[in-house]
Design a protein around this ligand. Structure first.
Ligand SMILES: [Zn+2]
Length: 276
């Protein structure tokens, strides 16, 4: 599933594709289930004629601000957004296509059909209960420690809870906990200021690396993450824990183990990340 670095990579690319400032001439809803705010007819009516003012990211959401409302897209398991030229063909997995002035099209493609698009007047209707952005100035070492200690949760599910922190999923949570040398099942209320500082810096480190490497692509199936340019990411070769079950921990050489924490497969080093 695309997480913050993958979505950020897509957004950064979309900004360079020459679609900002263009108007939506026609909306094709090829799969009605992908529209989550009202009917496809309403979506088409509201979007048609609107101009794309800017493109941004909040957590794992892509936001296209229009001069009339905002389109919010969540890619979920296998969604992607790409910009097609006039002579490029759609594929069978394209669910929603926006035809823009000037001939380009923005296509929302989704093999597993969990992705969703909303068109809302106020983005807060959808994004209102998200936690802070992990890399924004609104999150500080001090506020993060307070956030952890006022929850009574295991670290892994807490970090993945979008109302706690927006943007982390399975991959970057395992990586951040490995980096911070914290066991995924540690209790958040018992984290010391030193540990919470380490986790705060580790989260930023793994997310920044993910963005720098243009996301993580695992395997080569069609459902895998690809950028808006149709390229896989390069972060998978830098992973230290996620997906490395049985391989040596890059820090201490102990084989990485896979356990289940709160129903999620979780990779960690039993030597570096001890549950005290
Ligand atoms: Zn280790």
């Amino acid at each position: 599933m695309p997480e913050l670095p993958e979505v950020e990579t897509i957004v950064q690319h979309l900004r360079t594709c020459g679609i900002i400032g263009k108007s939506i001439e026609k909306v094709s809803v090829l799969s009605a289930d992908c529209i989550a705010s009202g009917s496809p007819t309403r979506f088409k009516k509201l979007a048609a004629g609107a101009r794309i003012k800017h493109i941004s990211r909040r957590g794992k959401w892509i936001s296209l601000s229009l001069d009339a409302g905002t389109i919010l897209v969540h890619l979920r398991m296998s969604g992607s957004l790409r910009v097609l030229g006039e002579d490029e063909e759609l594929d069978p997995y394209d669910r929603l296509v926006l035809e823009l002035t000037g001939g380009k099209r923005l296509a929302f493609r989704d093999i597993r059909k969990f992705g969703r698009a909303y068109l809302v007047q106020d983005p807060e209707e959808v994004l209102g209960n998200l936690g802070p952005e992990p890399m924004s100035g609104e999150l500080t070492e001090k506020s993060f420690h307070e956030m952890l200690t006022t929850r009574q949760r295991q670290l892994k599910p807490l970090l993945m809870d979008q109302t706690f922190l927006a943007g982390m999923g399975n991959i970057y949570t395992d990586e951040a906990l490995w980096e911070a040398r914290l066991h995924p099942a540690r209790r958040s209320e018992l984290i010391s200021p030193t540990e919470s500082r380490r986790l705060f810096l580790s989260i930023r480190k793994v997310l920044e690396a993910g963005i720098r490497n243009q996301g993580t692509s695992l395997g080569d199936g069609l459902a895998n993450y690809i950028s808006a340019q149709g390229e896989p990411g390069r972060n998978q070769i830098h992973l230290k824990a996620y997906g490395r079950e049985g391989l040596p921990c890059p820090r201490c050489k102990t084989p990485i183990e896979k356990i289940v924490v709160n129903q999620r497969g979780t990779h960690f080093c039993p030597t570096c990340q001890q549950l005290r």
